[in-house]
Write a protein that binds this ligand. Structure first.
Ligand SMILES: Cc1cc2nc3c(=O)[nH]c(=O)nc-3n(C[C@H](O)[C@H](O)[C@H](O)COP(=O)(O)OP(=O)(O)OC[C@H]3O[C@@H](n4cnc5c(N)ncnc54)[C@H](O)[C@@H]3O)c2cc1C
Length: 428
């Protein structure tokens, strides 16, 4: 029977990096993947272009991992986003930077990243078991010793790294299999929920599709708690859809929609949309007074043209009970105030997000307090390591999730290799 030093379960983003790291640290490594091919999720990332990491400093990266980002500090001190960039560069992959520090392969193809990883795994002679779904992990006296495959075969190893991902986009293979094994090893699974997901709403303007397809650029979107305090605000773009809202600002708010509903024990949460976040209410009031003075004879619609996108303006006028064809100067001060209020603070309710399967990322997962942040090893079962989305951390879109997956993979691979080699040298 072949026995490996390190066995990685899940040949996805973090599993491939964990395997490479373990092999680079001298271990005999195997990867077990249920799909025919490795890295299926990696291929669809970044719209097929793979936003592979982010070119900002540690603190900023961690602040963009709002779900337990602090857990990653120790790992970041051993291997960080700049190391990821250097890793690809030294393996012949040229990366380029786009807005907000987002890094992509210069080819604009995820396949470039995947092929590089597979090439390195080949070179390091990492054994790949493809189309080999793992049924369960094998334990002996509180120690992980291998896996049992669905076809009945078992594979043994000194250390096992579980990199089976979350539950987002299950057609790529991440169906959440690892959670039950972690539970069996004594871990707590924090409730799973969708993050980086479009937000749903029952509001009549959504149900009636009044604004469907309308994009708003550079708006500020906030989630409010039951005391009407802003829990979070994101200034980015958004779009109205047939079920609610989507786009970058919305995806970033989505985790807070769930958290706020849970904290406030409600089925709904109030959101506030500021269509002109770069000017204050006072400045907008002055601007409107100027327009009333200079263009007051024009129809309200024409006088206010360009203030916000036309469809949104018409919606705003309706909400403020202003007739679009009446001269602007006839608008009463109360209605102008109402219009300003709407543009700066349109409030509507959201009742959740699309399900995990349609989210980009899974929130919740293995409680990070139960995992050693320096090594990614389980605090309950020796020789068992966890990496990537299965852990209870989650980042915004922008390269932060792949960064987390690569970094936890790197660290787990390194420490699993050290532990396995120490075992085989009779050191522990
Ligand atoms: C559409 C989409 C786009 C995204 N774009 C980006 C982006 O551009 N940048 C970014 O940072 N993040 C992005 N993400 C998030 C990012 O892809 C994930 O956070 C990351 O891939 C997680 O890595 P992982 O290794 O934990 O899991 P995965 O990459 O999902 O890998 C898990 C692997 O385990 C295998 N597996 C599962 N169960 C078993 C089993 N029983 N036996 C054997 N193998 C098993 C799966 O088949 C899979 O290959 C995106 C996500 C989605 C859904």
């Amino acid at each position: 029977m072949t026995k490996y030093d390190v066995l990685v379960v899940g040949g996805g983003t973090s599993g491939m990096m964990a395997a490479i790291s373990a092999a680079e640290h001298g271990a005999k490594v195997a990867v077990v993947e249920k799909n025919k091919t490795l890295g299926r999720k990696l291929l669809v990332t970044g719209g097929g272009r793979c936003n592979v990491t982010n070119n900002r400093d540690k603190e900023e990266i961690i602040s963009h991992i709002p779900g337990n980002g602090r857990f990653l500090y120790s790992a970041f001190y051993q291997y960080d986003n700049y190391d990821i960039m250097e890793f690809f560069k030294s393996n012949g992959v040229v990366l380029k930077e786009e807005d907000h520090g987002r890094m992509f392969p210069i080819t604009d193809k995820s396949r470039t990243i995947l092929e590089a990883l597979i090439g390195i795994m080949d070179r390091l002679e990492i054994a790949i078991y493809a189309e080999a779904p793992v049924e369960t992990l094998l334990f002996d006296e509180g120690k992980a010793i291998g896996v049992l495959l669905e076809d009945g075969r078992s594979i043994h190893a000194s250390c096992v790294i579980v990199s089976t991902g979350g539950r987002a986009m299950p057609r790529t293979g991440s169906t959440g299999d690892g959670y039950k094994w972690a539970k069996k090893a004594g871990h707590t699974i924090e409730p799973l929920y969708p993050t980086e997901a479009p937000v749903t709403s029952d509001e009549s303007f959504i149900q009636e599709k009044t604004l469907q397809g309308l994009s708003l650029r550079d708006i500020a979107l906030s989630v409010l708690n039951k005391k009407s305090k802003k829990v979070i605000t994101h200034q980015m773009d958004m779009i109205f859809t047939h079920f609610g809202i989507s786009g970058p600002a919305v995806l970033r708010c989505s985790m807070f929609v769930h958290q706020t509903m849970k904290r406030d024990k409600t089925q709904e949460v109030v959101m506030s949309l500021d269509a002109l976040p770069d000017i204050s209410k006072g400045e907008l009031t002055q601007q409107l007074q100027q327009l009333i003075k200079n263009d007051g004879d024009k129809s309200t619609k024409n006088a206010l043209k360009g203030l916000v996108p036309e469809r949104y303006l018409l919606f705003a006028l309706e909400k403020a009970d202003l007739d679009e064809n009446t001269p602007l100067k006839q608008a009463t001060p109360e209605k102008v105030t109402q219009l300003i209020e709407f543009i700066k603070d349109f409030r509507f309710t959201a009742n959740g997000t699309l399900p995990i399967e349609k989210a980009f990322v899974t929130g919740g997962g293995i409680n990070t307090k139960e995992v050693n942040p320096k090594t990614m090893e389980s605090k309950f079962t020796s020789g068992l390591f966890f990496t990537g989305e299965i852990l209870d951390y989650n980042g915004y879109t922008g390269g932060y999730n792949i960064t987390g997956a690569f970094i936890t993979g790197r660290i787990a691979g390194m420490h699993a290799a050290e532990a396995a080699l120490a075992l085989s040298n009779g050191l522990s």
